[in-house]
Design a protein around this ligand. Structure first.
Ligand SMILES: *Cc1c(COP(=O)(O)O)cnc(C)c1O
Length: 394
């Protein structure tokens, strides 16, 4: 039995959050992920998933997960460094290194874990971390877990970053931390300028390309490839639960770095290895992704169709240049009503509120995938028009 005291306190706090429209609840699906899903007993057009290339439900990807489970078991049975390094993990890490054009790669159970372990392993006491204000929560938590000092620079503001670099103590070890493609805004980090600043001020650059991997660049190698900087950024992290359709994360880089991280990164060391099925699924997803570049072409065509339709309707889509399109609303309550009205029209795109985004910047976060059809997108546009008018946004 709980003591009455704490329960009462949490109830009070929960009610305070609810009054500010900041409580959260699950929105369960009754089907797998896809362009159309089952929710609340209805078929709903899904504009919320990060399965950008439709690989989560790809028959070959699913088959390889089944086969890996049959051969290697439902779980790895131990941490990677104990006895949990199975053939699918090894194969995946070499395939990812090859894909990213690096000497080596290390995989993690999730992007959240990769960031909270890697950043403290890369920089500690005496160091300085400079992170973009809109960095993903896992990067911020990684920065907080490091013993280094930690400062925020204004979003994509390279002059602000430069002034912080110029002000620091001479020769102080510095790590610049940014998303490649920002998860809630859909805009890109100015990697060429960041990379130049890093060189000029002898800092290291860490990019989290969770949303860029598979999506950006001529071969889908990510935001660095998009900018032609493939080999110039030492620390490139990405996730395997988004365009790769499964789960996990990677860090790609020089083999010395990877060997060092294997011995020092706490979120790699002190956790059970990812299940063989997910490593095998990702390796297959990577092959399908490379073999079928038309998936990325469809993704971008869908993005253009939806983006231009929403813009013509009069929505403000911020600086989005990607399949992530935030419709800025401002107020959390209006964002929730907008999302409810969309749902009534048969479309699910979530309201994103603080603390995921800064105060007064609540939004509807819209994502498209390669699997949507032009008629799905036209249906979505009708729904957005009606729902947007009903909350007075357009
Ligand atoms: C989703 C995301 C993560 C977390 O990755 P998971 O594998 O879902 O834990 C980290 N960084 C960014 C930028 C993300 O968008």
């Amino acid at each position: 039995m709980f003591k009455v005291g704490p329960v009462h306190m949490f109830e009070k706090r929960f009610n305070e959050l609810a009054a500010r429209h900041l409580t959260r609840r699950l929105t369960p699906l009754h089907s797998g992920v896809g362009p159309v899903v089952e929710m609340a007993g209805r078929h709903i057009l899904l504009l919320a998933s990060n399965d950008y290339l439709g690989l989560a439900m790809h028959p070959e990807v699913i088959q390889s997960a089944i086969e890996a489970t049959q051969r290697f078991g439902a779980g790895a049975g131990a941490a990677r460094l104990i006895s949990g390094s199975l053939p699918p993990h090894q194969e995946l890490e070499s395939a990812l290194a090859q894909f990213k054009g690096t000497e080596a790669a290390l995989t993690f159970s999730s992007g959240y874990l990769a960031n909270i372990g890697t950043i403290p392993a890369l920089i500690g006491l005496g160091g300085l971390i400079l992170a973009d204000r809109l960095c993903h929560a896992s990067l911020i938590d990684g920065c907080r877990l490091s013993a280094a000092d930690f400062r925020i620079y204004r979003h994509n503001d390279t002059s602000h970053l430069q002034s912080l670099l110029a002000k620091r103590r001479r020769a102080r070890r510095t790590l610049i931390v940014t998303d490649g493609l920002f998860s809630m805004d859909g805009d890109l980090a100015p990697l060429p300028e960041l990379s130049r600043l890093a060189q000029d001020y002898e800092a290291d650059l860490y990019i989290d390309d969770a949303h860029g991997t598979g999506v950006m660049g001529p071969h889908g190698r990510g935001t660095a490839e998009h900018f032609g900087l493939d080999t110039q950024i030492p620390f490139q992290m990405g996730t395997l639960g988004k365009a790769f359709g499964s789960s996990g994360a990677y860090l790609a880089g020089p083999s010395t770095l990877i060997r060092y991280l294997m011995s020092t990164n706490r979120s790699f060391i002190f956790t059970t290895a990812p299940p063989p099925s997910s490593a095998a699924a990702v390796a297959t997803a990577l092959r399908v992704m490379q073999r079928e570049p038309e998936r990325r072409a469809r993704l971008w065509a869908n993005r253009e169709r939806l983006f231009s339709g929403l813009t013509q309707l009069g929505f403000s889509l911020s600086h989005s240049v990607s399949p992530i399109m935030p419709i800025l609303v401002g107020n959390a309550e209006t964002a929730l009503t907008f999302a409810e009205n969309l749902f009534a029209e048969g479309v699910y795109a979530p309201a994103i509120r603080p603390p995921t985004v800064p105060d007064a910047t609540s939004r509807i976060r819209v994502t498209v995938t390669s699997e949507h059809t032009p008629s799905h997108i036209d249906h979505a546009l009708t729904a957005f028009q009606r729902a947007g008018q009903s909350v007075g946004l357009i």
